[in-house]
Design a protein around this ligand. Structure first.
Ligand SMILES: C[S@@+](CC[C@H](N)C(=O)[O-])C[C@H]1O[C@@H](n2cnc3c(N)ncnc32)[C@H](O)[C@@H]1O
Length: 262
């Protein structure tokens, strides 16, 4: 198998089709579980097009949210959607956050830590910018346990000898790795939770457009017409549709939260 290129999140509209519905349902479960209270100051690291930031605004009534992502295109898409005055959108990297220490009540990465080349550095940056007693939390798809929404696609691409790009730090999606990292950083009151979600697609064409054509891995552009047809056939065979043609796909994530020592 040839080795896949890294995933680049550049196209905000494609991301909206591909991931935002997943991100909203898992993000809502994550926020319900975090239960951070209202009126808190947040940093949303790897905010992408702002899908999770919008949830924080709607569900947690924050006093402020600093939302940051390295992709200009994603931040541009977020700027078009989010006008709330308490949100500050910036371009930057999880491993070098441009914020002073002990600033935020809540630091989160929603579907980000497994993309950060050095997850320990990313988590320690979240801890640094969190106030003593504040919450440091993250969730990612359970990549190692087959929980990522793209798993059916990945399986079929693997079977065709055309592996799709995996998140570079997929190992951190394991509960054991997460717990070890949070413990190593001295984060207190650590809890973990599996978040299980499902998404329905109106029919196979809806699935294909959302999960294959819109994938940030740019899969279709890298396949010949014959390979594209084969992938389509494999996915159609694999994904069970209801009598009305609706396709339901499940995914699950590993979440962790804890508090910075006071
Ligand atoms: C799956 S998206 C999640 C977006 C958003 N948090 C959500 O829940 O919808 C992953 C995001 O991680 C960002 N990302 C990748 N590497 C990063 C890094 N080193 N630092 C911060 N963000 C990063 C990507 O640009 C992308 O927007």
């Amino acid at each position: 198998m040839s080795s896949p290129e890294p995933i680049k999140f550049t196209d905000g509209a494609a991301y909206e089709r591909f991931m935002a519905p997943w991100s909203r349902s898992a993000g809502a479960l994550f926020l319900d579980w975090l239960a951070p209270g209202t009126g808190r100051s947040w940093v949303d690291v790897g905010a992408g097009n702002g899908a999770f930031t919008e949830l924080v605004l709607a569900k947690s009534a924050p006093s402020s949210v600093c939302a940051i992502d390295p992709s200009d295109a994603q931040i541009e898409a977020a700027r078009k959607k989010i006008s709330a005055k308490q949100v500050e959108l910036s371009i930057g990297d999880a491993m070098a956050l441009p914020y002073e220490s002990n600033r935020f009540d809540v630091a989160v990465m929603a579907l980000v830590l497994f993309f950060v080349p050095d997850p320990r550095k990313g988590a320690s940056e979240m801890l640094r910018v969190t106030k003593p007693g504040g919450i440091v939390a993250s969730y990612t798809w359970d990549v190692m346990g087959g929980g990522i929404p793209a798993q059916p696609l990945w399986d079929e691409m693997d079977a065709m000898g055309k592996p799709a790009a995996r998140p570079p730090s997929a190992e951190i999606s394991r509960f054991a790795a997460l717990k070890a990292l949070w413990a190593d950083l001295g984060i207190r009151d650590v809890e973990t939770r599996e978040l299980v979600v499902e998404r329905t697609f109106a029919d196979f064409d809806d699935y294909w457009l959302s999960m294959v054509v819109s994938s940030p891995s740019g899969i279709v552009g890298k396949l010949t017409d014959a390979e594209t047809a084969e992938l389509k056939r494999r996915l159609q065979d694999r994904l069970p549709a209801s009598a009305s043609g609706v396709i339901t796909v499940h995914a699950w994530a590993t979440a962790i939260k804890g508090r910075k020592a006071a």
